[in-house]
Write a protein that binds this ligand. Structure first.
Ligand SMILES: [Zn+2]
Length: 281
């Protein structure tokens, strides 16, 4: 989808990897005071690897991707609450009346289908948010964190879709006597550990990736927030989980607000635009 241009043999060693910030054209060996022969953008603009000098198309993808991620996250929270509510109501009805709620399985199936849809849209959002900057090929392109975000988001999406499919096709009552099926339980535990690992990897890589973006603006407050949140939110999550489950809610709220702030940062950078072209005499 976004293959980088193949690295060419570079003549002068002073600019080992200089690519047009606008179109990704290889600028190695060209007069630095000139324009990109491909798109006409100022070459000097590509020398400063700030986010403001990046192409608007690239910044637009980051911003739109992050918007999708935020919307999907908020809708997913509502979806999750609905699933928990249906499950509790159904368990309660089964306990009191001895009969499970009539449409509980259907409701959970529909909510499961919604989960699958949201996971797909969310994957697309994360993909856009981690688009490769065409102006940065080779070093300094945030590749490691960017790739870990992408790999871990694929894994978490597969796990989310898998468990949702399970919810859609296997009615809740099928698990009623499952305590004897040790294989199912062991499998569930292994999957849970694997899933937690993927979520942790995705979270840490996202924070590093956002720090890399913030450093390019530069936006010191956002960069400092990543340094704080990278350990604070997981601690809050785990410690707070033991305290009546409030920790995950608080850390999720902080995380969502932070992602809104990151999007605002990108939009500020877009509004300011690239370094202006100097007046020609
Ligand atoms: Zn260009």
């Amino acid at each position: 989808m976004e293959q980088p241009p193949p690295p060419k043999d570079v003549g002068p060693p002073r600019q080992p990897d200089l690519f047009c910030a606008e179109c990704g054209y290889d600028l190695a060996g060209l007069d630095l005071s000139g324009d990109c022969p491909e798109c006409g953008a100022l070459i000097a603009r590509s020398l400063e690897r700030t986010l403001g000098n990046a192409s608007d198309d690239y910044l637009g993808k980051l911003s739109f991707g992050l918007l999708i991620v935020l919307v999907v996250t908020l809708v997913s929270i509502v979806n999750q609450i609905a699933q928990i509510a249906v499950s509790i109501a159904s368990a309660f009805a089964a306990g009191v009346g001895g009969v499970p709620l009539k449409y509980a399985d259907l409701a959970l199936s529909l909510l499961g289908i919604t989960t699958i849809f949201l996971a797909g849209v969310g994957l697309y959002g994360w993909w856009l948010f981690t688009t490769r900057d065409p102006g940065l090929t080779g070093r300094h392109d945030g590749t490691t964190a960017r790739r870990i975000v992408r790999i871990s988001i694929i894994i978490t999406t597969v796990i989310t879709v898998g468990s949702a499919l399970n919810q859609v096709f296997v009615p809740m009552n099928a698990y009623a006597g499952a305590t004897t099926f040790n294989a199912i339980i062991v499998g569930a535990i292994v999957l849970s550990i694997f899933s937690i690992g993927a979520w942790v990897a995705q979270y840490l890589a996202t924070m590093l990736y956002i720090r890399w973006l913030a450093d390019r603006v530069p936006d010191v407050p956002i960069a400092n927030q990543t340094r704080l949140y990278i350990w604070l939110l997981p601690v809050l999550y785990v410690v707070g989980f033991a305290c009546a489950g409030i920790g995950p809610i608080i850390s999720l709220i902080i995380y969502v607000i932070f992602l809104f702030q990151v999007r605002a940062m990108i939009e500020r950078v877009r509004a300011a635009g690239p370094t202006p072209r100097p007046e020609t005499a």
